[in-house]
Structure formats: C-alpha cells, structure tokens
Design a protein around this ligand. Structure first.
Ligand code: MG
Length: 301
C-alpha cells in the first residue's frame, strides 16, 4: 500500500490502487474548497474560499483564475445540464453559471429573509439543489461580507430551480456544512462542523432517510470525525463515505465502520471524484489541490 494510506479494515485495501500516490496539482490558494470536475476538458474548478477567487486546474493548462473576486464562492457542483452551480457565501445565495458564461442568482431568500451564507450543495437526479446554510459568511471575516443573521437557525434546504420552491429539510443540526446522497438517493449524509468555532460543538456526520425525494426523516449520527471536523464529503458506487478531516480523507463503510485514511499533508476541506472513469479523487486541502487514483468510482457529477 502507498505510504499515504492507513488501513483499519481490510475492505479499505480494495478501494486503493496498489501503486497510487497522492499528487499535489496546485498550490497558492488562501483556503482551497469546493472542487468540481469537468470531464469535457479534464479540469477541476475550485474555490479559493478565503482568497475570494475561483480557480481552475487542468492537465494541459495548469492553473488559472476564473473569477476574481468570486463573492466568497464556496461549494461547487454541476446541474443536469452541466452548468456550474455554486454556493456564494458573500452574496448569501445559490448561483449558476449560464451557458453564455453569465452568473445568475437562483435563490437568496427563504420566507422573504436572507439566507445565512450557503456553504455546500449537491444536485439530485431530479434537478433539485440541496444545500447547507451555516452562518460562516456572516460570522467569519474571511468568508464573506458580514451582515446580520435573519434565519432562525442553520438548515439544509431543498430548492427546485424549475418552480423556485424552497424549504428546509434538515433543522436539527448546529452548523451543517458538507452533504451527499447515497448511490440510490435514499440516504442523505450531512456533516456538522460546529466544533470549528463552538467549544464542545459537534464534529460528526449525520445520516437521514429521504422520503419521496422531498423530505428527510430518522436522522442519526453516522460517524464522529476526529481529528478536526468533517467538512466536504462524497459517496462512492458502493456507498462508502469519503469525508474530509484535519489530517486526511477518511473512508467509512455504509454501516459506519471506519475503513481507513488517505493522509494529506494539509488540512482537508473538501473532495470530489473525477477523471474519465470517476475513479480519481480530487482533494482541496489548505492552500492546495491534490489527487489520488482509486479502485472505486464516485456516484455523483
Ligand atoms: Mg464546506
């Protein structure tokens, strides 16, 4: 096994290619977050969340700046038409890059009040956008433009771009941050990063059962993540959960067993599957973008 891998359970071995190594693809960001893969040109777009820029890496052109300033863009994803959709912590909105390159605000309010500061999002197979809304963009000076919290809590919302319907689906977390569906979309995993600035706050991933593709129920703690806290997470084709943590990307089986770690030399914030076969894991950590080849494939994007 490569040096960068710690194995706690034999199932981990099958997920990693024997000769794979962690590669640093780019550095120089203030805080790398929200990677999203573009198979059309083998590129990764990610947020320099504290540097207020949007960056792009590609195998052929190396690194370029896509947006500066980016209004503190955080999590990125692609919709069913391949458009980039993103959380804007600065605009306190969900935004989308249209086919002509223009950026458009899709939603920035719930019940007439500003959202806190959307952090991360996923697009479900029905085109709805599920996103987390912790207050970091209004409480942390390097993650947004400040402002007053208008919502009564930090929720996970379901937003339907087609009808503009928006409502909270998860209301029992402190600081929901990263999220991902299981391969069959019957489960929703959401990380809570409250421990980041609340002493004794949660640093775990909760899992919920999805009802009719519209609501969730029966939430419970799936895994407590240490060291640090979980931020972004993704799920592979077997339902394994890959989550960021302070020292690594940690891998959990669907039953909650921790299988192993992919050690990363900077604090991990987020990750995504990419590559032609969706078997390459791209990791945003600290000031950098990393990648490692796996023996498993991501289910989303
Ligand atoms: Mg995040």
């Amino acid at each position: 096994m490569p040096e960068a891998i710690e194995i706690y359970e034999e199932r981990m071995r099958a997920l990693i290619r024997p000769k794979a190594s962690l590669q640093k693809l780019a550095n120089g960001a203030a805080h790398s977050e929200g990677p999203v893969y573009f198979h059309e040109d083998n590129s990764v777009v990610w947020s320099d969340a504290h540097g207020n820029r949007l960056l792009r890496w590609s195998a052929s052109d190396n690194v370029s700046v896509l947006r500066d300033p980016s209004d503190y863009q955080s999590g990125n994803y692609r919709d069913l038409e391949g458009r980039l959709v993103a959380c804007s912590s600065g605009l306190r909105a969900i935004i989308r890059r249209e086919h002509d390159g223009e950026w458009k605000i899709l939603v920035d309010r719930y019940q007439g009040k500003h959202l806190n500061s959307p952090n991360d999002l996923v697009v479900k197979s029905d085109g709805t956008i599920w996103f987390t809304d912790p207050p970091y963009g209004i409480t942390q000076p390097n993650q947004g433009y400040g402002g007053k919290q208008e919502q009564t809590g930090s929720y996970v919302y379901r937003f339907a771009p087609a009808t503009r319907e928006i409502y909270p689906v998860v209301t029992d977390m402190v600081c929901p941050n990263g999220l991902a569906f299981s391969p069959d979309e019957r489960l929703l995993y959401v990380s809570d990063t409250a421990a980041f600035n609340i002493s004794g706050g949660p640093h775990h991933i909760r899992v919920y059962e999805v009802v009719d593709g519209r609501y969730v129920t029966n939430g419970r703690v799936f895994a407590v993540i240490e060291p640090g806290q979980p931020d972004g997470l993704r799920v592979d084709e077997h339902g394994n959960v890959f989550t960021s943590s302070k020292d690594s990307v940690q891998v959990y089986a669907p039953d909650g067993t921790r299988l192993g770690k992919i050690l990363v030399p900077e604090i991990c914030a987020n990750l995504t599957f990419g590559g032609k076969e969706r078997d390459r894991l791209f990791i945003t950590a600290g000031k950098s973008l990393y990648a490692i080849d796996l023996n498993t494939r991501g289910v989303q994007q």
